[in-house]
Design a protein around this ligand. Structure first.
Ligand SMILES: Nc1nc2c(ncn2[C@@H]2O[C@H](COP(=O)(O)OP(=O)(O)OP(=O)(O)O)[C@@H](O)[C@H]2O)c(=O)[nH]1
Ligand SMILES: [Zn+2]
Length: 209
């Protein structure tokens, strides 16, 4: 099927993997799902499947709405009145629902995000929103970890950031090697979390507490 670029999509966040690209129409996306159903060996016109392309395209709209969201915007509202608080802020067990770029299969798990504030403190929900924005794009777990850390680093200028993601990849559990109980852990540290082993250790202990 030829895919003709229609509406251009502009993702303004500088860490985005898509800067500017053509986007196929909804009709083309529906047709692509019909093609996959037929390729799998079923009849896309039978009653049970007739509405499936619509449902799949709507689901893609939800799973991949991170391309139209902007992490910079979420991190732009900051506060300075934190009355001398000078330790890390850590969010534990942020739900991660993402899809790997290799198989379009879900990978599901938890993110642990900490930062050591500099001048700016951000609303804690915004850190969870940043995880969500990058998770709702296609990438691998390492890139997701990097994208989260770089957004926090560049927009808050903290003294350090730590991110850990622990996720199970359905491309490994439901197909391929079929290892059901394997989870993948990625970590990245900047600033004080990287240079101070005691701080890094405290993050890891608090994350898994
Ligand atoms: N590093 C990394 N690898 C991933 C991630 N998600 C999936 N993969 C791996 O990407 C690799 C793709 O390997 P290929 O040999 O090109 O694809 P494949 O033949 O489908 O590989 P198998 O999954 O081993 O069947 C696999 O080893 C996957 O486990 C991720 O987030 N990070
Ligand atoms: Zn995969």
């Amino acid at each position: 099927m030829s895919v003709i670029p229609a509406k251009p999509v502009l993702v303004s966040d500088e860490t985005a993997t898509v800067q500017e690209s053509g986007r196929p129409s909804r009709e083309q996306a529906l047709e692509a799902v019909r093609t996959l159903i037929a390729w799998a060996g079923d009849n896309p016109d039978r009653p049970g499947l007739i509405d499936t392309p619509k449902r799949v395209v709507d689901a893609y709209g939800e799973w991949f709405d991170g391309y139209e969201a902007d992490a910079a915007k979420e991190l732009s509202r900051t506060f300075e009145d934190v009355t001398g608080y000078d330790d890390m802020v850590i969010l534990r067990e942020i739900e991660v629902e993402s899809h790997c770029e290799h198989h379009l299969a879900p990978f599901l798990g938890k993110a642990y995000v900490a930062y050591l504030p500099g001048e700016k403190v951000v609303g804690i929900s915004k850190l969870a929103r940043v995880v969500e924005i990058f998770a709702r794009r296609l990438q691998n777990q390492e890139t997701l970890t990097n994208d989260i850390i770089e957004a926090i680093e560049s927009h808050l200028q903290p003294k350090g950031v730590a991110v850990m993601i622990d996720a199970a990849h359905q491309c490994m559990t439901t197909r391929g090697v079929h290892h059901r109980h394997v989870s993948t852990v990625t970590t990245r540290f900047t600033g004080a979390f990287k240079s101070d082993p005691a701080l890094m250790d405290r993050f890891l202990k608090l994350a898994k507490a």
